[in-house]
Design a protein around this ligand. Structure first.
Ligand code: CP
Ligand code: NVA
Length: 306
C-alpha cells in the first residue's frame, strides 16, 4: 500500500484483500490491536460537516491507543488562513498522520506532497475510500467471499460511486451503476476501474434505464445532492424520483440487502421502511467505518505488523 490513502487506485488486489482481512480481524479481536497506535497522534482537518467519519476516526484511534486532534476548518476558518503547503509542513512537525475531508481532491494531493506523514482521504469531491472499504467489509461479513457478487449502485454518480467502483474492481465485485442521464459517474474513473477489474474479472456496467436492472445481490444508494452542491432539490427531484430505492426495486432485481453510506434522506433516495427493514445493512456499514479505518491506520502507521 502507498504511504497515503487518497484513492486506492494504486493498491494491488493482494493489498486490498489483506486490508479487508485486517479489518475483519480488528473487528473480531479488538484487544489484539489496542496498542497499535500507542504514542501516535493524528490530526483531522475537516472542510465539510460529518457525523460518522469524525466520530469513527476519533473513537477508533482511541481504541488503538492513539490520539486525535480535530480541526474544524469550517467554523475556525483555517482554510485560506494559510497555504495548504504550509499547513502540511506545520502539521508534520507534531503529528504522525493527517486525516482530511476536503472540497477538492487537489487539496489532498497538495497535503500529501508536502506532508512528511501519511495523509488519509476522509472524503473529497471525487472519492470516499474509507467508506468503500467499510462497505465491502459489511458485504464480506454477509457473503464471506465478495468475489463474484453483484452490487447495483442507484442514483447520483458521485464520490461514493467512484470509490465503490475502484475497491469493488480490486475485490472482484460485479457492479452495475444506474444513474439518470447527465448524472453518470466520472468516465475517467469508470475507465480506471474497468482497467483494475481486468485483474479480478469483475464486470462494470452503466445504465440509465432503471427498468433494465434485473439482477443484484445488494442495492446501494447515496444522496442525490452531495455536500457542496447547491442545486435546489426541487430542480432535480422529478428526475431522480424514478431512481428511488424501494421495495419494488429490490424485488425487481432480486436483491436481498440494501446499503447507503448515510446521511440518508428518508423517502427521497431510499424509502424509510427499507432503511428500517431487515434488508438494511446501514448500521453495519456505519459500525464498519471504524474497523475499516483502523485497519487503514494500522497499515499506514501502526506499531503492529499483522
Ligand atoms: N458516510 C459518511 O461519511 O458520513 P459523514 O458525512 O457523517 O461522515
Ligand atoms: N456523496 C455524499 C457522501 C456523504 C458521506 C457527499 O459527498 O456529500
Amino acid at each position: 500500500m502507498q504511504n497515503n490513502l487518497l484513492t486506492f487506485k494504486d493498491t494491488s488486489t493482494e493489498q486490498m484483500l489483506a486490508l479487508l482481512n485486517l479489518a475483519l480481524n480488528v473487528k473480531k479481536s479488538p484487544s489484539d490491536y489496542r496498542d497499535a497506535l500507542r504514542g501516535k497522534s493524528l490530526v483531522a482537518l475537516f472542510e465539510k460537516p460529518s457525523l460518522r467519519t469524525r466520530v469513527s476516526f476519533d473513537i477508533g484511534i482511541q481504541k488503538l491507543g492513539g490520539h486525535l486532534v480535530y480541526l474544524d476548518s469550517q467554523s475556525n476558518n483555517l482554510a485560506g488562513r494559510e497555504d495548504t503547503k504550509d499547513m502540511a509542513l506545520n502539521l508534520s512537525c507534531w503529528c504522525d498522520g493527517i486525516i482530511a475531508r476536503v472540497f477538492k481532491h487537489e487539496t489532498l494531493e497538495e497535503l500529501a506532497e508536502h506532508a512528511s506523514v501519511p495523509v488519509v482521504n476522509a472524503l473529497c469531491d471525487l472519492y470516499h475510500p474509507c467508506q468503500a472499504l467499510a462497505d465491502y467489509l459489511a458485504m464480506a461479513e454477509i457473503f464471506h467471499d465478495v468475489k463474484g457478487r453483484t452490487m447495483a449502485y442507484i442514483g447520483d454518480g458521485n464520490n461514493v460511486t467512484h470509490s465503490l467502483l475502484i475497491v469493488g474492481a480490486l475485490l472482484g465485485v460485479n457492479q452495475v451503476v444506474v444513474t439518470p442521464i447527465g448524472h453518470e459517474a466520472d468516465q475517467e474513473i469508470v475507465a480506471m476501474a474497468k482497467e483494475l477489474a481486468l485483474q479480478t474479472g469483475a464486470s462494470i456496467t452503466q445504465l440509465t434505464d432503471i427498468d433494465k436492472l434485473d439482477n443484484a445481490d445488494v442495492i446501494y444508494t447515496d444522496t442525490w445532492l452531495s455536500m457542496g452542491d447547491d442545486t435546489p432539490l426541487s430542480e432535480i427531484k422529478e428526475k431522480f424520483m424514478p431512481y428511488q430505492v424501494n421495495e419494488a426495486l429490490m424485488q425487481q432485481c432480486g436483491a436481498e440487502y440494501v446499503m447507503h453510506c448515510q446521511p440518508a434522506h428518508r423517502d427521497l433516495e431510499i424509502t424509510s421502511s427499507l432503511i428500517d427493514s431487515s434488508a438494511s445493512l446501514l448500521m453495519m456499514q456505519a459500525e464498519n467505518r471504524m474497523h475499516a479505518q483502523n485497519a487503514i491506520l494500522i497499515t499506514l502507521l501502526g506499531n503492529l505488523i499483522n
